[in-house]
Design a protein around this ligand. Structure first.
Ligand SMILES: [Zn+2]
Length: 315
């Protein structure tokens, strides 16, 4: 739809600069922010598909139960993983998605299952292993190049799609290193890319078909801008999509990025974060009730006292 395209273009030029943050005793280098798939290049004329890949699958029912088979065809959310992904990591990723969606309104869940899906991958695979994104894979002649005919291998801010920890399009993807908090997590075990990207998928592919919240979130973002509720220069405020995705990470208390949420995760502390999910949700409710209402509907069917039971690192 037109509105989505207008604001998705904004998103690709709004990435954060590379900075360092202190976490415990160590200083970690923070990468730029992942992109959503809004405004992704279409398949080029010289597009050559990858050899067909084999994926592993799980299926999630509306109550959040995970199955190895699609026992209710057309009524379950598809979760896929590459062959290289550890089976235990696949189960942990599925559990994150379950905790995000198991209390959602049924109409949101069923809108999602016919339009969205999830994919887990390893750094060796790259996010472009999935059919939805394979036309964005780097090509030998484009190594180190983002200009001209190679522009379709890079985000608008000059990163190769192959280097992204996740994408939040029709298939929400995330690398195991991030959501399993492995040593090569580029987000330093402080930020769930999986929750952020899956929030994009729910927002774009479920809410417009199941509620008025697509428009209401847009209106809330405009209001937040007008009222200066959050840092207007933050990634969260760059458009209505990042506004909702950043807030989703805060709602589940898995977003400890120092600045990308524009203050959503600070709970008012000059340099610090919300201590608990309950505190984070109360902060969102008190500062930005329109945004909180959308989160409360999307993830809890207006029962925000139900805990999300998520952590940045699941183990
Ligand atoms: Zn995003």
């Amino acid at each position: 739809m037109n509105v989505m395209h207008i604001y998705c273009r904004v998103l690709l030029v709004s990435a954060l600069s590379s900075v360092a943050v202190t976490h415990g005793a160590s200083v970690r280098s923070y990468p730029e922010h992942p992109s959503s798939d809004c405004g992704l290049p279409s398949r080029p004329g010289n597009y050559r598909p990858l050899p067909k890949q084999d994926f592993k699958y799980k299926w999630m029912s509306a109550n959040g139960n995970i199955y190895d088979f699609e026992i209710f065809p057309g009524q379950m959310l598809e979760l896929s993983a590459t062959e290289l992904l550890d089976d235990a990591y696949f189960a942990e990723g599925a559990a994150v998605i379950s905790n995000m969606m198991k209390n959602s309104p049924e109409e949101v869940f069923y809108a999602l299952v016919t339009r969205g899906s999830v994919g887990f991958f390893t750094w060796e695979d790259k996010t472009t292993i999935f059919p939805e994104y394979e036309h964005l894979r780097d090509r030998p002649e484009c190594e180190g190049i983002c200009s001209g005919s190679c522009s379709d291998t890079c985000t608008g801010d000059g990163r190769k799609y192959d280097t992204l920890a996740g994408l939040g399009g029709q298939r929400a993807t995330c690398v195991d290193s991030n959501y399993m908090c492995l040593s090569d997590d580029p987000y330093g075990n402080m930020y769930s890319v999986l929750v952020h990207e899956f929030a994009h998928t729910v927002h774009q592919y479920a809410l417009p078909h199941s509620s008025d919240y697509w428009q209401l979130i847009y209106d809330a973002w405009i209001n937040a801008n007008n009222e200066n509720i959050w840092d207007s220069h933050s990634y969260a405020m760059s458009n209505h999509l990042e506004y909702f995705a950043e807030a989703s990470g805060v709602f589940f208390n898995v977003n400890f990025h120092f600045s990308s949420s524009g203050g959503m995760n600070s709970c008012g502390r000059p340099s610090g974060y919300c201590q608990t999910e309950t505190e984070a949700r109360e902060w969102l409710r008190s500062k930005d009730p329109l945004l909180f209402d959308a989160l409360s509907f999307t993830y809890t069917n207006y029962n925000p006292d139900i805990p999300g039971e998520l952590d940045v690192c699941p183990l």
